[in-house]
Design a protein around this ligand. Structure first.
Ligand code: ADP
Ligand code: MG
Ligand code: MG
Length: 934
């Protein structure tokens, strides 16, 4: 272990900003600010290594550390001309937690440590304010009792209430009918007079004695050891553990502990405390932004009892005076008089200078905590500010233009996942709302509409111009038309990769899935309401036609209409994309099944279609009938007759898609799902089909049962369909090639690629290829023109990856269908995995859901094997990926390393994939090391 303690004060510091691992973000930031000559109360940081040693030795400080701490306290005393434990010149400290990664509010901090009755009297004499000294003392006892001694805060509520009532009586306020919140507003902490405070302190001590059997510790060093231990202990408290899991923060990091001289924002009206951001964290606008409270301490600003005031006078906006915005964001109705700028211009000016210096120094937006003690400014924390996706884009682009960072850094600054928010409308954050339930954030965007419970009804009412939300237990391909018609989709069951979620993301529609609080039946939805502790408090019934609002980005469902703000692709966003496109190597295509989707994808910058699923074209009302006739036909002749009817529909679909994608490749996958999926799912549909076909309902039922499979995922699907009924693929190939000829004849460039799903052997490919080529020759002869068409296959089975060398003899391209390849490699069905994958992630068996983020060691190795063996046979073999992973940033990083040619994802993820591909290219470049010319 290296040194245990890093001191900072009087312009010098042992540590610096690079030492977050050892000092935590807070300790490193305080050291760096001190070095920069920024006013920071002096202090020292006990390292994370000491924290880990503390745990290793059963919660004891390593030998020698106590003495080092005492020596450091000695240095603080010398700097301040005060003494820890002295009533004459008391030195008080805060004891603060702080880990390597910011974990806001998860761990503990204790303020005003070093007080007892005698020292509090000394503090009162020294500051001339008895009220202040006693207020600091009672706050300290409360926090210490809660955090160190384990006597919960609410045990003291009653005592505090009594003190408030006592003070109220003196102020002439009738408190008899006020509840505790009203009382607190009428008699805020700063109104508690010394006498009531003294009584309160005595009662608090009695409560501690009663609860612990011991008097409150009077001796300052005993307090200090207790507090340092408690800060270390707070690394392992329940909420910190939950937070770490959510954010992938390792247990082993530990927290640092900073002991720092107190400064007081509650020393009167020329004191105060606040938080600030060097730019607006929600819009990214370059204006100094923040809030403060006069005569307040520490967390008063975020606690929300008193409404904090703005820092700047409205309208003058940026502190630096060079901002691009008008800075009116603080809104109307703000009392300018109360701003820090108006109340304490000198302290405000000092703060503005500090924030400018910090942003320049760290070259990123900073989030600051400050306190003003009798007009003198002190900084207590700085860290990289969290921001919305919108703000991240604007800040990165503007900083690059200001010359603060490079364009490459700008590209790396924006989390690709966060720009999802920019592409969809979002809930107006300032609107009032009433929470109904929470589910999974399956597809982002906000949507308001009337509840409907069936796809047909959704379509009917949308046809009348109503906005509807389709609510289902779960969705199936039968519901596509209703999903298309709806503004948003809500399901009770299913995970992030359920049908509803995948389809909604593809459509760019808001979706909340797996909302287990709702149950849908008989045209109504019952919603169980839970309180903050997860206890059910009753149910609400939502009927057909009632209004609800979905926030698919957070998985929240609201009752009634909540106003939304539309997606606006800013100029900065377009600029960032141009920079990203210039550095990326991977091409980005889109999965799109319709001309409409193709257009959306192209607008988002797709460079072709990587997966056009033909089966979605079958579900349309006009066509499903013919599809069913085809399935039910007894012989090949009957099938061909039904397929004949489908041909013109398919052809016109392809014509539309080719036109939209003029000049770009379009990969069309021939029929993939098992035929059973197209048959009626309920009695009413069965009756209807019976009437239409003249086949008895009973015979239909029997046929349907014949086709049912134990395990359809591994059943009669993909190119197996073409081996038993070649006429299906024949019709599809004809539709594609006729469409290509037709569009080419109109002078539009077409690049069709025909893709065979689920192949496992070379022979399957040879047969289907001969079939496609046969049709092609016929069509070309009929049309009197040829078009270039490539033939390829999906790699979705381990055998296909292993035998890629042979498959490449028949295929001109491979597309890794990583959804199925994950299912078949892991032997886990995606649709059933929701029930146990959560436990797998929890137990650390998988770091992330392998259906969302590629299992690189396993499935990734199959991709590499397929790549190597395929390219060994056919050096120029084009390699792509389609499936959910094509839009997942961490999977994209792998596909870049693996040297694939392109990824394909749903239209709304195209910009995300473009940015992620650029970041992956930059990371790959960095990994190769500096270029020879550098
Ligand atoms: P958190 O990590 O939860 O923000 P902090 O350690 O930052 O906890 O402290 C909580 C609050 O107390 C913050 O508002 C901080 O500015 C304030 N604070 C901490 N140390 C001091 C100090 N030495 N003097 C004055 N205020 C302090
Ligand atoms: Mg803080
Ligand atoms: Mg597949």
């Amino acid at each position: 272990m290296g040194r245990s303690i890093y001191f900072f004060g009087a312009g010098q510091a042992d540590g610096d900003a690079q030492q977050k691992d050892l000092l935590g973000g807070k300790g490193a930031g305080l050291a760096e600010m001190t070095r920069l000559g920024i006013p920071v109360p002096p202090g020292f940081t006990v390292t994370t290594e000491v924290c880990n040693a503390y745990y290793a030795s059963g919660k004891a400080l390593p030998a020698g550390v106590e003495d080092e701490i005492k020596a450091a306290i000695g240095r603080l005393e010398a700097l301040r001309g005060a003494a820890f434990g002295s009533p004459e010149a008391p030195l008080l400290v805060s004891v603060r937690s702080g880990a390597r990664a910011s974990m806001p509010g998860m761990m503990d901090t204790i303020l005003n440590l070093g007080l007892n009755d005698e020292i509090a009297r000394g503090l009162a004499r020294r500051t001339g304010s008895e009220r202040f000294a006693l207020d600091a003392y009672r706050r300290f006892i409360l926090a210490y009792a809660d955090i160190v001694l384990g006597v919960p805060r609410d045990r003291f509520e009653e005592a505090l209430g009594r003190a408030r009532r006592q003070a109220a009586a003196k102020l002439g306020v009738d408190a008899t009918r006020l509840n505790s919140a009203e009382l607190e507003r009428k008699v805020p902490d700063s109104q508690l007079d010394p006498e009531s405070l003294a009584a309160l302190i005595q009662r608090q001590k009695d409560i501690v004695l009663g609860a612990t059997g011991r008097p409150f510790p009077d001796e300052p060093y005993a307090q200090l050891w207790g507090a340092i231990g408690a800060v270390f202990d707070s690394w392992k408290n329940h909420r910190a553990q939950v937070y770490r899991k959510m954010h992938d923060i390792p247990e082993a990091w530990g927290t640092a502990c900073t002991v720092q001289v107190m400064v007081f924002g509650n020393l009167g009206d020329d004191s105060g405390t606040g938080v600030a951001f060097t730019r607006d964290p929600s819009t990214g606008e370059r204006r100094f932004y923040g809030e403060w409270l006069p005569n307040a301490q520490g967390e008063d600003v975020v606690a929300g009892v008193r409404t904090p005031h703005p820092l700047s006078i409205t309208g003058t906006g940026t502190g630096t005076g060079t901002g691009t915005g008008t800075g009116t964001g603080a809104g109307a109705g703000v009392d300018d008089e109360s701003s820090l700028e108006a109340r304490m211009p000198a302290a405000y000016a000092a703060l503005v200078e500090v924030q400018g210096k910090l942003e320049q120094h760290f070259r990123d937006v900073q989030d600051l905590e400050f306190t003003i003690q009798q007009k003198e400014l002190f900084l207590l924390q700085c860290r990289t500010a969290k921001r919305t996706g919108r703000a991240a884009v604007r800040i990165a682009v503007e900083m690059a233009k200001e010359g603060l960072i490079s364009q490459r850094e700008a590209i790396l600054r924006v989390d690709p996942g966060s720009i999802d928010q920019l592409l969809h409308p979002s809930i107006d954050p300032s609107a009032p709302k009433s929470l109904l339930a929470r589910g999974l954030p399956a597809s982002p965007g906000a949507a308001t509409g009337q509840v409907v419970f069936s796809a047909d009804e959704a379509e009917r009412r949308a046809g009348q111009g109503r906005a509807v939300i389709l609510v289902r237990s779960e969705t199936s391909p039968e519901d596509i038309h209703g999903m298309k018609a709806a503004r948003g989709i809500l399901t009770a069951r299913g995970g992030m990769t359920s049908h509803a979620a995948v389809v909604a993301r593809g459509m760019g529609k808001s979706c909340v899935a797996g909302c287990s609080a709702i149950s849908v039946s008989q045209g109504r939805m019952a919603v169980t309401i839970y309180d903050d502790h997860g206890r059910s408090t009753g149910t609400i019934t939502v009927k057909d036609g009632d209004l609800i609002t979905l926030d698919g980005g957070t998985g929240t469902v609201y009752l009634g209409a909540v106003p939304t703000i539309p997606a606006a692709l800013s100029g900065e966003f377009e600029e960032l994309m141009v920079w990203a496109d210039a550095v990326r190597r991977l091409r980005v295509r889109s999965n799109a099944d319709t001309p409409h989707d193709a257009r959306t994808a192209r607008n988002f910058g797709a460079e072709g279609i990587g997966l056009c699923r033909t089966e979605h074209m079958f579900f349309d009302e006009e066509r499903i009938q013919a599809v069913r006739e085809m399935i039910l036909a007894d012989g090949e002749l009957g099938r061909r007759r039904a397929l004949e009817k489908l041909l013109p529909f398919q052809r016109s679909d392809f014509v539309g898609v080719f036109r939209e994608m003029a000049g770009l490749p379009v990969t069309i996958r021939l029929l993939d799902p098992p035929l059973h999926e197209f048959l009626p799912q309920d009695e009413a549909q069965l009756q209807q089909l019976s009437r239409a076909t003249g086949v008895s309902a009973k015979d239909l039922q029997r046929k349907s049962e014949e086709l049912a499979e134990y395990n359809p995922m591994l059943g009669h699907r993909g190119c197996r369909l073409a081996i038993t009924s070649p006429e299906i693929y024949e019709m599809q190939a004809r539709a594609i090639l006729e469409a290509a000829c037709e569009v080419a004849a109109a002078g539009i460039e077409v690049e069709p690629e025909i893709m065979i799903p689920l192949s496992m052997t070379r022979r399957e490919l040879a047969l289907t290829r001969a079939l496609v080529e046969g049709v092609a020759e016929k069509v070309f002869a009929e049309k009197g023109r040829r078009v270039d068409v490539r033939f390829g296959t999906m790699i979705e089975l381990p055998r296909a990856a292993l035998r890629a060398g042979e498959l490449a003899e028949e295929a001109e391209f491979f597309s890794f269908g990583t959804n199925d390849l994950t299912q078949t490699s892991l032997g886990i069905s995606r649709d059933d995995a929701g029930r146990f994958l959560g436990a797998y992630v929890e137990a650390g068996i998988f770091a992330k859901d392998p259906f969302q983020s590629l299992d690189v060691p396993g499935v990734g190795e199959l991709v590499e094997i397929g790549r190597d063996r395929g390219r060994a046979t056919r050096p120029g073999l084009k390699l792509g990926v389609c499936g959910e992973h094509g839009g997942d940033p961490s999977s994209i990083a792998f596909f870049e390393r693996a040297g694939l040619d392109y990824v394909s994802c749903s239209p709304f993820r195209v910009p995300i994939a473009r940015l992620a591909a650029a970041q992956a290219a930059l990371a790959a470049e960095a990994a190769r090391g500096p270029r020879a010319t550098d």
